[in-house]
Design a protein around this ligand. Sequence first.
Ligand code: GLU
Length: 415
Amino acid sequence: MLDQALLRLDEAAAHVALDPDVLEKLKYPRETTKVRLMIRMDDGSRKSFMAWRCRYDDTRGPTKGGIRFHPESTAEEVETLAFWMTFKCAVMNLPYGGGKGAVRVDSHALSKAELERLSRAYIQAFARIIGPDRDIPAPDVYTNSMIMGWMADEYASIVGESAPAVITGKPISLGGSLGRDDATARGGYYLVRRLADQLGLEPGARVAVQGFGNAGQHIARLLAADGYRIVAASDSKGAIQRADGLDVEALLAAKNQGSLVALAGTNGITALSADDLIAVDCDILVPAALEDMIHARNADRVKARVVLELANGPITPEADAILERKKIVVLPDILANAGGVTVSYFEWVQNRQGFYWPVEEVHERLKTMMEREGAAVWAIARDRGISLRSAAYVHALSRLANAIQAHGTQQFFTS
Ligand code: GLU
C-alpha cells in the first residue's frame, strides 16, 4: 500500500529539480510506534487491541493527522495515511509534517464506557510521542469529537496541566473550533465552487455520494443548498438513487435512524448495491468512505465527469490511469479533503492564542486557503499538462524540498 502511494512521489519527482537526499528522506516513515492496549471490558474481562502512531515526516513542523478505529487497520495503512498527511499539509502550506494513528478495533462492538477506556489507553501509551509541538492527533474514520475530548482530558491529567493544542477536533466546550465539524466537506465544496467554470459544472449538476459519514453527509447538504442534485448516496448497508434528486433532510434523518436504505421504495427512490454507486449516471462522484474503492476492475464503470476525493486514497494508481484515459477529472484527496486538517490548524492556533474566532472567520479563512491552493494546483496541472493529482504532489514536494534543504547539511560534501 505504501509502495503504491510512493509511486505518486516518484511521478512528482520527475517534475521538480530535486536533490536525491530529499527523496531518500520522504521515501520512508521517520518512526512508527506499535503498542498493545489492554482495557477492562464491562463484563470484568480484559481485552487487548493493537494500536499504532506513525510520525512520517516532521520537516515542516510537528506531525499532524487523525486516529482511526477500524477492525482492519494495519501498520502499513497507518504509514500510508501518514505519508498522505505529509503531502496534504504541504499542499495547504500548513506548518506541519504528517502523522497518523490507528487502533485495530470494531468500535461499534464496544460500549460507550469501553470506548472511553480504549481512547484513554491510547493516550497513556502514546503520551510521550504526541504533544502540541511534536505530534497532534485529530479524528479520522470512526473517531469523533467525543473521543478527542476524552483523549485531550487524559493527556491533560498525564502532563498535569491544560494542553488543548495537543489534539484537534475536540468538543467546542473543551477548546474545539467552530466549523471543524463540516470542515472536510466544506473545503471540498469551496474547491468545487472555485473550479466550477473550468470543470464545466453548473448548479443543477448531478452528484453521487459514496459513504454517508461526516464528510458524505456534509457535502450532500452543502452542494444541495447550492442547487446541485444528489442523485445517489450509499452507506455500509447499501445504496439508493433517484434521478430527479434525493431530499437531503430525509437522507440525514434516515442515516440517523440507521441506514439510507430504509428510504428505498418511497417517493420513487430505488435501491442499488453499494458497489454499483460508482457507476451511477452523474456529473460529480464523491468517494467519501475508505481507501481503494475505485480500482482496476471497476474504474471503467465510472460515468461522472469529475471525482471529488473526500476520502483518503479512494482511487488506486491503476484506476487513476483508467479515469485519466476516460478524461475524467479527479480533484485529488490531498487537496480536496484538506479542509479538515486546515480547520484543525485553526483550532490549534486558537488554542495557543486562547482567543476564539466566530464561525464566519473560520469559513472565510478556509475559503481563502482552499481557493488559493486550488488555483495554484490547477495552474501547475495546466502549465505542465499533468493531472491535478500529479500537480498537487508537485506543489507539495516543492515546499517539502525547500524545507528539507533549508534545514541544512544537504550540500555537505560539495561545499
Ligand atoms: N483525519 C483527517 C484527515 O485525514 C484530519 C486530520 C487532522 O485534522 O489532523 O485529513
